[in-house]
Design a protein around this ligand. Sequence first.
Ligand code: SF4
Ligand code: SF4
Length: 151
Amino acid sequence: MNLQQLKYFWSLIPNTPGCKGCGNCCKIAPFIKSEYITIQEYLRGNKQTLPEKGIDGYCSALALDNKCLIYPVRPTICRLWGTQEITEFKIKGRAIELNCKVHPEANLNFHGDSRYQHYLRLYLLALNTTKTHYMLGFTEAELQAYLTRKK
Ligand code: SF4
Ligand code: SF4
């Protein structure tokens, strides 16, 4: 999925007005290559760096005041949180639900139109056919522990 397609997809994802911005979902943030490039350009342009590791298993872009340090270019999964429950959204074979569990009233239950569904499929394909998923602030071992944890 190239940068142009990615940015178009982002324009189709609705805002989640009910999101409290608590940062609770900021634990697992995979990104695809075009997202990685966008984040790197943003950081370079702002002469900014991120810590190698987040605090207490949270994303390294999450500041202490719960603000996202790369908000304008945050990965797609961060934009999808609270929009819907996508059970076919899989990382390393494990389904990830995107419904907000902390503030269920924030969920939009959005399904979008055929264009949206098309770009969502493209994104999921890119995510799951990339050999390595990069996790902000996660090592591979920590990611496996996170994905196999008992709920
Ligand atoms: S989606 Fe939910 S958990 Fe994530 S920041 Fe918003 S309210 Fe918090
Ligand atoms: S990139 Fe930003 S929005 Fe996404 S998980 Fe990290 S802090 Fe949260």
